[in-house]
Design a protein around this ligand. Sequence first.
Ligand SMILES: Cc1ncc(COP(=O)(O)O)c(C=O)c1O
Length: 415
Amino acid sequence: MRATIDLAAVEAMDAADPLRAMRDRFILPDGVIYLDGNSLGAAAPAVFNELQKAATQEWAQDLIRAWNTAGWFDMPVALGDQLGRLIGAASGQTVVCDTTSINIYKVLHAALGMRPNRSVIVAEGDSFPTDLYMAEGVASTRPGTVLRLEGVDAPTIEELIDERVAVILVNHVNYKTGQLRDMAALTCKAHQVGALIVWDLCHTAGALPVELDAANADFAIGCTYKYLNGGPGAPAFIYAAKRHHEYVHQPLSGWWGHARPFAFEQGYTAGSGIRRFLCGTQPVLSMRALKGALDIWDDIDMVSVRKKSIALTDLFIQLVEAKCGAYGLELEGPRDGNARGSQVSFLHPHGYQVMRALIERGVIGDFRAPSTIRFGFTPLYVGYKDVWQAVEVLEDILRTGAWQEARFAVKTAVT
Ligand SMILES: Cc1ncc(COP(=O)(O)O)c(C=O)c1O
């Protein structure tokens, strides 16, 4: 199969794609091939409809009554259940709220509280930095807490797990390389020594199927603005397994997590169930945008999403290596589709300039220092011909040396 594929074969893949019609549910600007849905998902008219309704009817006309009449107050849990279907969580265990960073803080703190005689947090040295920053923040409030890092304190996370570990914070898909972890196996390893585990699903939710309940996971957190297309700054989520609800206490004990928020009592009493992970008033308009985005998933089966994701990323790797192999690109991350998320990264010594040149030509991916060019493939709106065309542009930029133009070396804030 290698290097023999041609444009006709790629077009045939699009024609046979069962998810092809989903593309029409998104707005993709002319002249853009969007390979950055792993950073910020595309906009959908359904999202704008929800926003419009929430603003012009519910807020403008119903005013404060809308907290009840439009279900605003219950939205964090209702959306949590809707999202839960995509991450293998039975209802009542997922809540949409706050940001991923804040949710990491809440959940890590809560997990440490559940293991009072243990003092170690295990995480990955190459984690997305906010996970580590938040772990440091949690540790700073609990004297004696130690952070053990994969790649720093031992080569693999498995080697760091022992009876002193209270909680492991781990990414299901590595944000830079796309490397996928075995959720069931690592969760089992954590439980064998009595540790808890928190899965960061930022690069998983909406990208590939995951079974939190079946894997016996303890907690998970993640964002909704990537593959779930909830919009910039869309609220994040927390999953907490039902078996922990009774014992878990998170530190941001605001009134929305109180057992009786409208009793305005003195003293905090945690609410029951997943609501106890809430803190304060939630961003209703952003929640409504997310509802519009999640509704799109109601008819979608994650197995076909995964199948297409692997086919898109395999095709991209195959074409890049066949057409651009001579220009100093090196695959970063797994070659085996079953071992990666829905993204592909290549190393290039001048990756920053190459990505700037690509973006100028309408192929939007992103760059991660020091030398990673990263491409995300959202199966709902990226087609096989997009992959073909993106590689043609990349090949042209590398062959002609167009990336060497001085202006591409000037640093801008690239996401
Ligand atoms: C793995 C991971 N965790 C966390 C975050 C971001 O957290 P927040 O939404 O709080 O900015 C990202 C953002 O890209 C991420 O990739």
